[in-house]
Design a protein around this ligand. Structure first.
Ligand code: NDP
Length: 506
């Protein structure tokens, strides 16, 4: 299924259908919209445009499926089996799903393939976790009482996913909610909905019971907002910007639904003079330019020890100028396209503003004009200070801001000087420094002498304004459950509240 840049011109525009109550079809309004490849400026997909009526129908289908349908009632072994079947179907269709993500998002094909591999692993892992949900029994309630602390599915979960990792982010949420026995309505970003809707066909092929998973594509401000505020939704799981996350949390307050948020980051990598500087430079370049910097885990801040700053910058620039970027369909490409014009303008504005505030560009800083698509040069900005916007805000582009430190406590203070707390890392050959940083950096994930290594077994999520809750890991399924206390009494109930023989009016 691999296409060359020329073959893409001959590829028919893919037409997708939404999935509501087990039926693949059109939106209630029968309206459709299209998506152009951000790397090639060619229309690559055509999708049903859902609105509030579709959101209501999807929630109603998920509600009935949860309250009356087979999914929450079947054994964990059956649910696990279904998730494993879906994992196999995804694996069998991985090349097609990867290509859809490439064409809609502009990410490199080799990266998209690796993402699909990771997604299959998440579905397989969730399948094993479905059978590991356990309650507890406290031992000491007395001889007449038996207490069961059960874990039960939370109910109908609405999920809202972004455009930067369409299939992976879906796979960090959906199989775990299903493993718990929940039913789901999911809305992907309208910039990258194709792989999510293709999954709808695979779920149908797997004979997932109707209403268990409902997939609709609409605007965030209509469909997303409706899902967040809907009284029949018991939990909302959102990945995207901190700003929209805040508005989702506000909308969710109406019926006090549970909220889980995976938001932005301004993630630092600290590089000490005693580190393996070659390995560190490669990881810094990877961390910031991966997915063209459009990544919540992007290591967009480098904090480098002053004594090696100059030589480290030199290595970074050499690598930044060598990293292959351009057409995402070329297997050699490491940095693909920027998602849309608004994102290009945002990146350009941050870079220009940083220069006017005193930052020194070491390389990059320009968009590539003259051809189709949206591409921005890998950019390194030195002499950045913590008060500059480029050091504080998520730029979401291939732009590294570098700062210097003299002593580990200063490095940690700079690293923690942010309202985010998603991830952070340190490169050092010194054990004490590594332990100290791992303890004092305030972030949900800390990488020591590595960056962005991830495993289905390791929980992922942010502290502070990077989010609420955790995905992946043994706890991932539990996020979609709540506890129920069940108390049984055995034997005669002799302890009466109203005393025997007592008469109120003697
Ligand atoms: P948003 O946070 O705006 O969008 C993420 C998802 O939320 C999309 O599905 C979007 O739908 C939906 N949404 C938008 N508004 C609402 C709303 N009021 N209620 C419910 N859902 C809503 O991200 P963008 O795509 O606009 O990107 C903007 C910035 O967000 C980026 O520059 C980046 O800084 C950050 N971002 C962070 C991500 C992360 O992984 N942490 C991921 C993506 C973006 P629709 O697409 O229709 O608007």
């Amino acid at each position: 299924m691999t296409l060359s840049p020329i073959e893409i011109e001959k590829r028919p525009v893919q037409a997708y259908r939404q999935l509501v109550d087990g039926r693949l079809g059109e939106a209630a309004s029968a309206e459709r919209f299209g998506r152009q490849s951000p790397a090639h400026d060619m229309q690559v997909g055509c999708y049903p445009l859902a609105d509030v009526a579709d959101a209501d129908m999807a929630v109603s289908a998920a509600r009935v499926a949860f309250d009356e349908g087979p999914w929450p009632r079947m054994s964990a072994a059956e649910r696990s089996g279904m998730l494993a079947t879906v994992a196999d179907l995804i694996a069998a269709n991985a090349e097609e799903l990867a290509l859809i993500d490439v064409l809609e998002s502009g990410k490199p094909i080799t990266q998209a393939r690796a993402e699909l591999e990771g997604a299959v692993d998440l579905w397989r892992y969730a399948a094993t976790r479905a059978r590991a949900i356990e309650g507890t029994v406290p031992a000491g309630l007395g001889q007449h009482m038996l207490g069961l602390i059960e874990r039960v599915p939370i109910g109908v979960v609405a999920m809202i996913t972004p455009w930067n990792f369409p299939f992976v982010i879906l796979s960090q949420k959906l199989p775990f909610a299903l493993a718990a026995g929940c039913t789901v309505v999911l809305k992907p970003s309208e910039l990258t909905p194709g792989s999510t809707l293709r999954l709808g066909e695979l779920l149908t092929e797997a004979e997932m019971p109707p209403g268990t998973v409902n997939l609709i594509v609409g605007h965030g401000q209509t469909v997303g907002q409706r899902l967040a505020e809907h009284d029949d939704v018991d939990m909302i799981s959102f990945t995207g910007s901190t700003q929209v996350g805040r508005s989702v949390a506000r909308a969710a307050a109406g019926n006090l639904k549970k909220v889980s948020l995976e938001l932005g980051g301004k993630n630092p990598q600290i590089v000490c003079a005693d580190a393996d500087l070659d390995a560190a430079a490669d990881a810094v370049v990877f961390g910031v330019f991966f997915n063209a910097g459009q990544c919540c885990n992007s290591s967009s801040r480098l904090i480098v020890e002053a004594s090696v700053e100059e030589q480290f910058h030199k290595r970074l620039v050499e690598l930044a100028e060598r990293v292959p970027f351009g057409d995402p369909l070329d297997p050699a490409t490491k940095i693909g396209a920027i998602i849309n014009d608004a994102q290009m303008d945002k990146i350009e504005t941050y870079v220009a503003q940083a220069i006017s505030q005193g930052a020194s560009p070491l390389c990059g800083t320009r968009r590539i004009d003259g051809g189709p698509g949206r591409f921005f040069e890998p950019t390194v900005m030195a002499n950045v200070t913590s008060d500059m916007d480029i050091a504080r805000d998520e730029v979401f582009g291939p732009v590294l801001s570098t700062m210097r430190f003299d002593g580990l406590s200063e490095a940690i203070a700079i690293a923690n000087d942010t309202h985010y707390g998603l991830s952070a890392g340190i490169w050092t050959g010194n054990y004490d420094r590594a332990v100290c940083a791992a303890r004092d950096l305030r972030a949900g994930t800390i990488w020591v002498n590595c960056w962005m290594d991830g495993f289905a077994e390791m929980p992922f999520g942010g502290m502070r304004q990077s989010g609420l809750g955790r995905e992946q890991g043994a706890q991932a399924v539990e996020e979609f459950t709540e506890l129920k206390s069940v108390l049984f009494h055995r034997g005669e109930r002799s302890d009466r509240w109203v005393p025997n023989g007592h008469n109120r009016n003697p």
